[in-house]
Design a protein around this ligand. Structure first.
Ligand code: ASP
Length: 294
């Protein structure tokens, strides 16, 4: 995260917490809370989700999102959608109204439209900052072979700006959601970890609610969200499991990223092996936000 974006990130995650908390405070479900928190961040151009996302190599926004209910294990995901302002809303409809778990591309957009979600044009999701970001990246790419052959995606300095939320409600249910525009200059049709169950997102009342961000290919190879939830089911605390997940990601595949984790007792973990990740937390007794690594 560049220095000049820090304030906007902090503001964005605080706004998301406020939206999620207002659902929980009036007795709403964890599922509704994570959906509302993620919508706020999709609508905020600061993040790589919804409008303002990174562009693929053809200059289009292509979005992935997942939402999962820890009480029932129901889940809804969309991949490679180009005409939805809030992919998490479509994911939620899939969770609630479809026997399926995933829809991709035009099929997902059709499902959303049939369920009352308005479609937009892809251009409506593209902002000038990201046109310039892609132009600079591609100009640089044309000068370096490593960038041309795709190895640049391995570079730890690549920024990642996916959004995610985890919540616990008064009935003891947990939920998680993750939404992203994926990686800058990705190939059209590339699906990242974010919308894959157990990779970028997972929720099970018997273990934990987890959302991850970072370099998607290593995260999905390690099925990292489920890996983390399994450690919690085995009796470990979320704080420890979150840190271990980042160690595992780095040691096993030289991956980088961040993770937020919450169990049904309200114990949580936040960890990242990048220099910064914006996070915010609210409980009855704590309200905090930050970006810097200790
Ligand atoms: N994990 C996302 C992806 O690879 C990117 C990110 O977290 O920013 O699609």
């Amino acid at each position: 995260m560049p220095d000049d974006m820090v304030e906007a990130h902090i503001r964005g995650v605080r706004n998301a917490i406020a939206a999620g908390w207002s659902v929980l405070a009036r007795g709403g479900s964890a599922l509704d809370a994570v959906e509302e928190a993620v919508v706020i961040m999709e609508d905020d151009e600061t993040f790589d989700a919804g409008r303002g996302s990174f562009l693929n190599r053809e200059g289009k926004v292509q979005l992935d999102a997942l939402i999962m209910d820890g009480a029932t294990l129901r889940a809804g995901g969309v991949g490679c959608v180009e005409r939805l302002r809030n992919p998490v809303r479509a994911a939620r409809k899939i969770l609630s109204e479809s026997p399926h778990v995933y829809f991709v591309a035009e099929g997902a957009e059709c499902f959303a439209a049939e369920h009352g979600i308005e479609l937009c044009r892809n251009e409506d999701l593209v902002i000038p900052r990201e046109i310039e970001h892609l132009r600079k990246f591609q100009e640089e790419a044309s000068r370096h072979d490593t960038v041309k052959d795709g190895n640049h995606l391995f570079a730890p300095e690549m920024t990642h700006d996916t959004v995610g939320a985890v919540a616990l409600d008064r009935n003891g249910n947990i939920a998680a959601s993750t939404s992203t525009g994926g990686t800058l200059n990705k190939a059209p049709g590339r699906l990242g970890d974010s919308s894959l169950i157990g990779c970028g997102c997972y929720a099970d009342n018997q273990s934990a609610a987890v959302s991850t961000t970072g370099w998607g290919e290593p995260i999905m190879k390690l099925v990292l969200a489920k890996w983390t939830a399994d450690r919690i089911a085995a009796g470990n605390l979320p704080g420890w499991a979150a840190r271990e997940a980042m160690n595992y990601l780095e040691q096993r595949l030289n991956g980088h990223g961040g993770i937020i984790v919450l169990n049904g007792q309200g114990q949580f973990g936040i960890a990242y092996n990048t220099p910064r990740m914006a996070w915010a937390i609210r409980t009855i007794s704590i309200e905090q936000a930050g970006v810097e690594r200790e």
